[in-house]
Ligand binder design. Structure first.
Ligand code: AMP
Length: 301
């Protein structure tokens, strides 16, 4: 069993979807990732929150295989983000992104974290992703995610990160933006030339497209759902299930990556069924296995 280290945002989100509106609920890329990955392996979180985070860390991370020695709590306000979704839930506008305590965050890894074999650089300033990467000794596998905010705002720092990762997981519009190419097959080729051996393109309700090292593709659907309440964090949840499962296998084969994509998709299908992390926090292992079987039926012919 390989532990996994994640750096990324831990946040307070305000979200509006056609199903309703919530404000100042727990969110953040590293939060969704950690909770999802903790179903498969031990997780170590590197992030920062403000004093206003209160007992939210205990509520979300408590009682799970999540170590918080790398979660700093400092004076100031927690990262805040507000997103508003269109009727189709595929389009989303970021109303504001307030880095707050992340603006001055200096991630210093606790000594035992430095030998973590699996590393995931979840969505946050690319400079912080690099600082964490620099402190880990000989990781077995490095994955990363990012967002249009950083593709536009810190393109050079982001290129430096992408150069050093094995697996990049981004969504389709980010892949197009990063590659400057609309066709996803061509975009995948261009992005893999930037460094990553494997590219996983997340396509929301259309599932995921994985471009492998030998140039071949694997694709997994998203579970058809009649109720989607809040898509926030679906991508991070997918990444947590995907990387968490891979870390639990140890061996990085095409077959394990395919199963990891199904586990990631199964976890993400739960995340979207309630606001914030509410559905994930009620989730049981039996429900995950049941959904994994539903994916098997969905794709069998
Ligand atoms: P996703 O829906 O997978 O894109 O992830 C949404 C989560 O990412 C939310 O919980 C936000 O708190 C967080 N987030 C939004 N914008 C950023 C950003 N620029 N950097 C880091 N995290 C962000």
């Amino acid at each position: 069993m390989n532990p996994i280290l994640v750096v990324g945002s831990v946040a307070f989100d305000s979200i509006k979807t056609p199903s309703g509106e919530v404000s100042r609920v727990v969110g953040g890329a590293a939060t969704y990732f950690s909770v999802a990955a903790s179903f498969f392996t031990d997780v170590r979180v590197v992030a920062v929150v403000g004093e206003d985070f209160g007992d939210s860390a205990a509520k979300v991370f408590g009682g799970r295989r999540i170590n918080l020695d790398g979660l700093q709590r400092v004076p100031g306000e927690t990262f805040r983000w507000k997103g508003v979704y269109g009727d189709d839930l595929n389009s989303r506008e970021s109303v504001y992104t307030l880095l707050n305590v992340f603006a001055d965050f200096n991630p210093v890894l606790p000594e035992p974290y430095r030998d973590t074999p699996f590393l995931f650089l979840a969505n946050i300033q690319p400079q912080l992703q690099t600082r964490v990467l620099d402190q880990v000794r000989a990781p077995k596998l490095v994955g990363a995610d990012t967002m249009n905010f950083w593709i536009e705002g810190a393109p050079d720092a982001l290129r430096d990160v992408i150069k050093r990762v094995d697996i990049l997981t981004i969504n389709d519009s980010e892949a197009r933006q990063l590659a400057g190419e609309y066709n996803l097959v061509k975009a995948a080729r261009l992005i893999r030339q930037m460094g990553p051996r494997v590219l996983v393109i997340k396509r929301g309700e259309y599932g995921v497209l994985m471009a492998r090292e030998d140039g071949s593709f694997f694709t997994a659907p998203a579970l058809p759902l009649d109720t989607v309440i809040d898509p926030t964090g679906a991508g991070d949840t997918f990444a947590g299930g995907f990387m968490g499962y891979l870390a639990s296998c140890g061996e990085i084969t095409d077959a394990n990556m395919a199963r990891a994509a199904i586990y990631g998709s199964a976890l993400a299908s739960f995340a979207v069924q309630d606001f914030s992390l509410d559905r994930l926090l009620r989730l049981t292992w039996a429900e995950i296995e049941d959904r994994y079987q539903q994916f098997r039926q969905l794709t069998q012919f």
